[in-house]
Design a protein around this ligand. Structure first.
Ligand SMILES: [Mg+2]
Length: 307
C-alpha cells in the first residue's frame, strides 16, 4: 500500500509504491508554465515524459492559466517537443472558460477586456463583442476624463495578463465596475508571479486584480485556476467521475496544489517553477501536495523501474 503521508518525494517511493502510484490514476491534469516549459522555453525531456504517460494509457491534459498563447501556439510548442497526440480539446486555459461563461451568462453583451491581442482574438472569433482601450502615448488626465464619460455599460470587465497593460486601461476598468452594478468582474490567471526562465520570476497578475477589487468593491469571478468554476468545468469536460483517479501536476501552490486538493484530485508539486521546497514544507498539512518532484524529468525513473 502507498503510505498516506503528504509531500512525499516521488523518487523516495520504493519499487512497489512506484507501481502502485502509476496505477492510482487514469488522467493527468498538467499545468504548463513551470512544469513542461517556462515562459521562455521548454523544460528538457518534458515531451518524452508526456509521451511515456500517453503510451502507458493515461490521458494527459494541459490546464494552464496562460491565455497569452493561442491553441495553435500550444500545439506548435508540443509538436517541437515531440508530442503529437494532444489536440485542442485537451488544452484548457482561461479564455476558453471565460468564453463559455460569457456565452451562457452574458449572451450578446459587449465586454471590456484588458487581455492581450491573442486573448481578445479568441473572444472575437467566438462571437463576443470586445471593447479594448486603444493604446496611446499622449494620455493626460484631461484626455482620460473625456474618454471616461459617458461610460458605456458593458456586461463584463475582463482582466487577463497583457504585457501592454496600462494605467489608463486599469482606470477604465475601475470606472466600468464602479458605475454599473450589473457588470461582472471576470479574471483568468490569478498567479502572484510568473516564471520566465529558471532564474527570472516576475510579477504576476494577482496584484492588479487585488487593486481593482479594492477600488471597486467587486469580487472577481475566477475562471482560471484556482476558481471552483474551473474545477467543475474540468470534471465535466474530461468526464472525471472519481476525482481521486486524476492527478494534478503543477508548480504554484495556490493555483495548482490548493486548487487540485480542493477538487479532490491527487496532487504533485514540481519544484521547477514558482515554488521552493521550503515554501512547500512551510504549508499546513492540508494544503501540501501528495507528492513532489524536482522537475518533470524525475518522473522518467518511474517508468524505467516499471519495465
Ligand atoms: Mg505554472
Amino acid at each position: 500500500m502507498l503510505v498516506k503521508q503528504k509531500a512525499r518525494y516521488i523518487l523516495d517511493l520504493n519499487a512497489e509504491e512506484r507501481k502502485e502510484f502509476l496505477k492510482s490514476f487514469d488522467i493527468v491534469l498538467s499545468d504548463c508554465d513551470g512544469v513542461i516549459w517556462l515562459l521562455a522555453g521548454p523544460i528538457p525531456g518534458a515531451g518524452n515524459i508526456i509521451n511515456l504517460f500517453l503510451q502507458a494509457g493515461k490521458k494527459y491534459k494541459l490546464i494552464s492559466n496562460n491565455s497569452m498563447r493561442s491553441d495553435d501556439e500550444y500545439l506548435d510548442l508540443l509538436g517541437k517537443m515531440g508530442v503529437q497526440d494532444i489536440g485542442n480539446n485537451d488544452i484548457v486555459h482561461p479564455v476558453k472558460t471565460i468564453t463559455r461563461y460569457l456565452q451562457k451568462h452574458k449572451p450578446g453583451q459587449l465586454v471590456y477586456s484588458m487581455g492581450c491581442d491573442v486573448f481578445n482574438d479568441h473572444l472575437r472569433k467566438s462571437g463576443i463583442e470586445v471593447q479594448t482601450l486603444e493604446s496611446r502615448n499622449d494620455w493626460t488626465f484631461s484626455l482620460l476624463s473625456k474618454s471616461l464619460k459617458p461610460v458605456e455599460p458593458v456586461g463584463a470587465v475582463i482582466f487577463d495578463l497583457s504585457l501592454n497593460l496600462s494605467y489608463a486601461a486599469l482606470v477604465h476598468a475601475q470606472q466600468h465596475l464602479k458605475n454599473n452594478p450589473n457588470t461582472d468582474f471576470i479574471v483568468g490567471a490569478t498567479d502572484e508571479n510568473a516564471p520566465v526562465t529558471k532564474d527570472l520570476v516576475v510579477i504576476g497578475p494577482s496584484g492588479f486584480i487585488q487593486l481593482l477589487k479594492e477600488n471597486t468593491g467587486k469580487d472577481p469571478i475566477v475562471l482560471g485556476k484556482p476558481g471552483p468554476l474551473l474545477g467543475k468545468f474540468l470534471k465535466e469536460h474530461f468526464e472525471i467521475k472519481d476525482p481521486k483517479r486524476a492527478i494534478f501536476f503543477g508548480d504554484a501552490l495556490e493555483q495548482d496544489i490548493k486548487f487540485g486538493n480542493a477538487c479532490g484530485f491527487q496532487t504533485l508539486l514540481m519544484l521547477s517553477g514558482a515554488t521552493t521546497k521550503e515554501q512547500m514544507l512551510a504549508l499546513p498539512e492540508e494544503h501540501k501536495p501528495d507528492y513532489y518532484a524536482n522537475n518533470i524529468e524525475d518522473l522518467k525513473q518511474l517508468f524505467e523501474q516499471k519495465m
